[in-house]
Design a protein. Sequence first.
Length: 117
Amino acid sequence: VQLQACGGGSVQAGGSLRLSCKFSGRTFSNYAMAWFRQALGKEREFVAYINWSGESTNYADSVKGRFTISRDNPKNMVYLQMNSLKPEDTAVYYCATGLSGNGATYWGQGTQVTVSS
Protein backbone atom coordinates (compact mmCIF):
# COMPACT_ATOMS: atom_id res chain seq x y z
CA VAL A 1 0.00 0.00 0.00
CA GLN A 2 1.18 3.49 -0.85
CA LEU A 3 -0.40 6.68 0.45
CA GLN A 4 0.25 10.15 -0.94
CA ALA A 5 -1.16 13.09 0.99
CA CYS A 6 -1.41 16.67 -0.18
CA GLY A 7 -3.37 19.85 0.39
CA GLY A 8 -1.68 21.31 3.43
CA GLY A 9 -0.73 24.95 3.69
CA SER A 10 -0.88 28.08 5.81
CA VAL A 11 -4.15 29.77 6.74
CA GLN A 12 -5.41 32.23 9.29
CA ALA A 13 -7.57 31.15 12.19
CA GLY A 14 -11.13 30.57 11.07
CA GLY A 15 -10.06 29.51 7.62
CA SER A 16 -10.45 26.20 5.80
CA LEU A 17 -8.27 23.62 4.12
CA ARG A 18 -8.98 20.34 2.37
CA LEU A 19 -6.47 17.52 2.62
CA SER A 20 -6.42 14.72 0.07
CA CYS A 21 -4.80 11.31 0.18
CA LYS A 22 -4.29 9.00 -2.79
CA PHE A 23 -4.28 5.26 -2.07
CA SER A 24 -2.60 2.74 -4.34
CA GLY A 25 -1.29 -0.80 -4.32
CA ARG A 26 -4.30 -2.72 -3.07
CA THR A 27 -8.10 -2.64 -3.35
CA PHE A 28 -9.04 0.65 -1.70
CA SER A 29 -12.57 -0.35 -0.77
CA ASN A 30 -11.18 -3.12 1.45
CA TYR A 31 -9.57 -0.61 3.79
CA ALA A 32 -10.81 1.71 6.47
CA MET A 33 -8.89 4.98 6.48
CA ALA A 34 -7.87 7.53 9.07
CA TRP A 35 -6.13 10.84 9.53
CA PHE A 36 -3.65 11.49 12.31
CA ARG A 37 -1.63 14.56 13.15
CA GLN A 38 1.54 15.40 15.02
CA ALA A 39 2.33 18.84 16.35
CA LEU A 40 5.90 19.90 17.01
CA GLY A 41 7.11 18.35 20.26
CA LYS A 42 3.96 16.30 20.75
CA GLU A 43 2.94 12.72 20.12
CA ARG A 44 1.00 11.73 17.03
CA GLU A 45 -2.75 11.78 17.69
CA PHE A 46 -5.85 10.43 16.01
CA VAL A 47 -8.00 12.93 14.11
CA ALA A 48 -10.66 11.11 12.08
CA TYR A 49 -11.70 7.65 10.86
CA ILE A 50 -13.88 6.39 8.02
CA ASN A 51 -14.88 2.80 7.34
CA TRP A 52 -14.55 1.08 3.97
CA SER A 53 -17.93 2.22 2.66
CA GLY A 54 -17.92 5.72 4.08
CA GLU A 55 -21.04 5.05 6.12
CA SER A 56 -19.28 5.15 9.48
CA THR A 57 -17.03 7.94 10.71
CA ASN A 58 -15.47 8.91 14.01
CA TYR A 59 -13.63 12.03 15.16
CA ALA A 60 -11.41 13.23 17.93
CA ASP A 61 -13.32 15.48 20.31
CA SER A 62 -11.00 18.36 19.46
CA VAL A 63 -12.11 18.43 15.81
CA LYS A 64 -15.70 17.21 16.04
CA GLY A 65 -18.08 19.58 14.27
CA ARG A 66 -15.23 21.31 12.38
CA PHE A 67 -13.58 18.52 10.37
CA THR A 68 -15.22 16.08 7.96
CA ILE A 69 -13.63 12.91 6.62
CA SER A 70 -14.90 11.44 3.36
CA ARG A 71 -13.83 9.02 0.67
CA ASP A 72 -14.31 8.36 -3.03
CA ASN A 73 -13.80 4.66 -3.61
CA PRO A 74 -13.77 4.76 -7.44
CA LYS A 75 -11.00 7.39 -7.27
CA ASN A 76 -9.06 5.71 -4.42
CA MET A 77 -9.14 8.96 -2.48
CA VAL A 78 -9.78 9.99 1.11
CA TYR A 79 -10.30 13.59 2.15
CA LEU A 80 -10.26 15.70 5.28
CA GLN A 81 -12.23 18.93 5.07
CA MET A 82 -11.07 21.23 7.85
CA ASN A 83 -13.18 24.28 8.71
CA SER A 84 -12.97 26.88 11.48
CA LEU A 85 -9.28 26.13 11.86
CA LYS A 86 -7.55 27.09 15.09
CA PRO A 87 -3.85 27.67 15.84
CA GLU A 88 -3.87 24.46 17.86
CA ASP A 89 -4.67 22.54 14.66
CA THR A 90 -1.16 23.33 13.45
CA ALA A 91 0.57 20.00 12.81
CA VAL A 92 1.80 17.58 10.20
CA TYR A 93 -1.21 15.58 9.05
CA TYR A 94 -0.90 11.94 7.99
CA CYS A 95 -3.32 9.64 6.22
CA ALA A 96 -3.11 6.05 7.33
CA THR A 97 -4.61 2.61 6.82
CA GLY A 98 -4.19 -0.93 8.04
CA LEU A 99 -5.63 0.34 11.30
CA SER A 100 -5.27 -1.49 14.61
CA GLY A 101 -5.71 -0.12 18.09
CA ASN A 102 -4.44 3.43 18.08
CA GLY A 103 -1.99 2.87 15.25
CA ALA A 104 -1.68 1.90 11.62
CA THR A 105 0.46 -0.20 9.33
CA TYR A 106 0.64 2.13 6.35
CA TRP A 107 1.32 5.87 6.51
CA GLY A 108 1.45 8.68 4.03
CA GLN A 109 4.36 11.09 4.02
CA GLY A 110 2.56 13.85 5.91
CA THR A 111 1.44 17.31 4.89
CA GLN A 112 2.01 20.45 6.97
CA VAL A 113 -0.93 22.54 8.15
CA THR A 114 -0.13 25.86 9.79
CA VAL A 115 -2.84 28.04 11.32
CA SER A 116 -1.89 31.55 12.40
CA SER A 117 -3.84 33.65 14.89
